[in-house]
Write a protein that binds this ligand. Structure first.
Ligand code: SAM
Length: 269
């Protein structure tokens, strides 16, 4: 039986039962193989751009006896898909900028896709920005720590637009709903978390304030402090200005963290 890491398990849980799934950048095709073996997907596509992982995915699918359920395809991003072929796409284990470029380049292949499950290793904000700009509703965020690394998983659905439940551009009401998620969040002590910070730190994750999320942002503050220490050594005006920007950013993050870790944790609006 195929066993998944905690990270892939959480991603697997976001794939609705009976979906036609494409896992892009599938590497060993563990995720689609596991889901097919458990009878949780109707069928799957494992997409890979590199020969080595493509061979590994093909071997995995053959060894698991899943060749009739999972097609392993070599190609860049969503180009391995026919329009309307799948209804869920997972893209995990790469940077947010790469995930965005795959989605952007493959927009035509997203028609008929109702859910995206995305796990950027870094650059989560770029993914949130893309989802918002392209009418995808962020319906959930998860954060977990595994083997000393912290991962975020973003799940987004495309709102239905037709009376027949078809997918397409969000209507006015749906657009307003998408915007609401990023409306300024007022903490009980009056601290306002603006859209930029919500996109950066995660609108659901901020509200939840999980331990792994706090740990992630403490690490981020350490990294920013390190950059500031380096900038301090430079005597150019540009370095001073950059440092000031970083210090402002750090202060905003610290304020949010302190509000989220207080014993009398504020209730959010
Ligand atoms: N998705 C698996 C996971 O989360 O465990 C594997 C992640 S692995 C670190 C990233 C994989 O994405 C690599 O196998 C790489 O070859 C593949 N990849 C990178 N860019 C890609 C692209 N544009 N299209 C398809 N696959 C890509």
């Amino acid at each position: 039986m195929i066993r998944l890491s905690k990270r892939l398990e959480k991603i697997a849980c976001e794939v609705p039962k009976g979906s036609r799934l494409a896992d892009i950048g599938s590497d060993h095709a563990l995720l689609p193989s596991y889901l097919a073996q458990q009878g949780l997907i109707a069928r799957g596509v494992a997409g890979e751009v590199n020969e080595g992982p493509y061979e590994a995915a093909s071997r995995q699918v053959r060894a698991a006896g899943l060749k009739d359920k999972i097609a392993v395809r070599l190609g860049d991003g969503l180009e391995v898909l026919e329009p309307g072929e799948v209804d869920v796409i997972t893209i995990a284990g790469m940077g947010g900028a790469l995930i965005v470029s795959i989605l952007e380049a493959g927009k035509a292949k997203l028609s008929g896709v109702s859910r995206l499950v995305l796990q950027p290793n870094v650059g989560e904000d770029a993914v949130r920005v893309w989802l918002l700009a392209n009418g995808w509703e962020l319906v959930g965020e998860q954060i977990l720590e595994e083997d000393g690394k912290i991962y975020e998983i973003l799940t987004a659905d495309r709102p239905e637009d037709g009376a027949d439940g078809s997918l397409g551009e969000p209507n006015e009401g749906q657009t307003a709903k998408l915007r609401r998620l990023y409306e300024p969040l007022v903490l009980a002590d009056g601290l306002v978390v603006d859209k930029e910070l919500l996109l950066r730190m995660g609108p659901y994750l901020i509200r939840e304030g999980a331990q792994a999320w706090i740990a992630k942002w403490r690490l981020e503050l350490d990294k920013l402090e390190h950059i500031c220490a380096q900038l301090e050594r430079s005597d150019t005006e540009a370095a001073r200005a950059r440092e000031r920007e970083f210090r402002i950013e750090m202060k905003r993050i610290e304020e949010v963290l302190s509000a989220c870790t207080r014993k009398d944790k504020p209730s959010f609006n």
